[in-house]
Structures are given as structure tokens and as C-alpha cells.
Design a protein around this ligand. Sequence first.
Ligand SMILES: [Zn+2]
Ligand SMILES: [Zn+2]
Length: 341
Amino acid sequence: MRGAYLPGGSKVELRTVPDPSPGRGQVVLAMRASTICGSDLRAIYREHLGEGPEAYRGVIGGHEPCGQVVEVGPDVRRLRAGDRVVVYHISGCGQCDQCRRGYQISCRSPARAAYGWQRDGGHADLLLAEERDLLLLPDSLTFLDGACVACGFATAYEALCRTGVSGRDRVLVTGLGPVGLAAGVLAKAMGASLVVGTDPNQARRCLATQVGAVDEQLAGGYEELKDMLGDGAEVAVDCSGNPSAQLSAFRHTRRWGRTALVGEGGRLTIDVSEVLIHRQLTVHGSWVSSTWRMAELLDNLERWCLHPEVVVTDRLALADAQAAYAVADSSTGGKVGIVWP
Ligand SMILES: [Zn+2]
Ligand SMILES: [Zn+2]
């Protein structure tokens, strides 16, 4: 089979490697969609910056895989050939407190391995996966929908659930990359009465309006946000990882409101009393999602008749993985997906 590796220096290498075969509790998937995430670009593609859970061990890239079961190993009980599945992209130890809660993302066992980081990921014709890491894809959703859920949409959904978004809330989303688009789309589905998105990049703001992720979009200046939101939105979610946008998310959260930080990175200097304490804010740091929340999202998407693939602007074949990464790294479009016919 073919697999795409990320050696650093903004390169992608397509290599031919042996087909995997499933061991105990494992299945092999024929890949159907494998989207590119901002963290692939930030920590692997440009240069290998990641440490700990983000250390890249020279494996096949891609941590947002969705495909179809083609072979099952011994003791696989739930899945069979032909099942369409989303890969929860971290394989935890299965035994620790975090794994038992469904948050394999926070598993600290040396056995923890993320697909596309420490074990082979979805940028390949076939993927070897643990049965326990797989979620059934509802019939109404496409494989590309599933790939979007595997990381980005589930991450956005988790943050919105943690802030308890409902019809009582206006939501501010800072950063309109793929996760910001997901946050906007889902906030509206969850009932938010107004979704305002900010991004300095005009192309991204236009795309957010086109895909229905935001009701209003702004570059993000303090005064223009104040004009639109007054004392602030009931909920703000930062999806940028940029310190000035993170600060903006806090400053434009209404008194007693809730702010979630989802965008990775950034070092923030903040006047704690003025911005956080005196304004009675609740702050959530929210990292990816859990298996149960991801399953809940898949159910909801079917009921809401929502297709996450609306945020995908570029679809390329595995043979064009290099081009796919270059497009994703140009940061002007939406989500980029590697797809199979
Ligand atoms: Zn991701
Ligand atoms: Zn664990």
C-alpha cells in the first residue's frame, strides 16, 4: 500500500510499504477520507516541533481518518467487514482514569499512541486500528463528514458542550480556521441566537459566512466587537491559538459568561482582575474530545441533518498529498481532505 510520511521541511513523502494485518482486537480499514489538521502543520509538516503527546515518531501521517472495515483480527466482537467507521485518533492504555472517562487524549501511559503521531495514521490506503478506538459512522454521513468529526468537529463540540451553549446564548468565535468554522456551525445547531466570528483574514471570514458558520463576521478590533456585542457574548470560544484573539475572546465575553480556549499555543499576558475576576468569567481549557462525546456528536449530526464536510474546500487524492499539505498550509481556505474514490 501507499503511505504519506512527513519528514519535516514542508515535505511529504509517499512511500510503498507492506499492507498491515490485524492482531488481536484490531481491524484493518480501507481509508476513504483523511483530513489535514492545523496541528499536523504546526507540529509536524513544517518542522518536528512536538513533544510528549505531540512528538512525531516518523509514522504515516494523518490523525483524522475515516474508512471502511476490510479485515478483522481475533477477538474483534463488535465490528465486521463493511462497517463504516470514524477513528477516535488516540489509542490510550484503556485502563487509567482518563481512558475510563473516554478521554484517551489525556492518557499519560507510555502505551498511549495517537494515530498519525506515534502510530501509523490515515494518509494511507489501509490503516491498522484498535477496535475500541472506532465509532460507527451513521448512514446519512459521508466518509468526509466522518473525517471532519475525527478531530476538528469533535473538538469544537466538546468546547461548546463544556460552556453549555443553548438558545439563551450569543456565541463569539475567534479564529475562523477549520475548527472555528466547526464551532460556528455547531453553535448554531445547538441553538445559539447569534454567532459572531472574527479573523484577520478576509477570505476566511467570507468562507465562514458562505458555509453558514457565522451570522456576522468581523476582523476583530475591540471597538467593532464592542459595537456589535455590547458587554460581550454569553459564550466565547477561541479557535485561533493567537494571544491577541485569545485576549479578545475574554474581553468580549459578557459578565458571568463562559470562555473556552481550544486553539493550541500562544502565551497570554492578561490583567487577571480586570478581565477575569471582576467580570466573573468561567474559563474552560478544552483539549480535543472523548469517545462518548464524539459518538454523541455523530448521532446529533444525523438528527440535525448537518454535514461537517461543508467546511472542506479542497479534496485531493493520496498521490497528491504534497499538494494537499501545501494548500492546507496556505491558510486561506477551509479544511483540506485526502479522499479515495
Ligand atoms: Zn487534529
Ligand atoms: Zn490510559
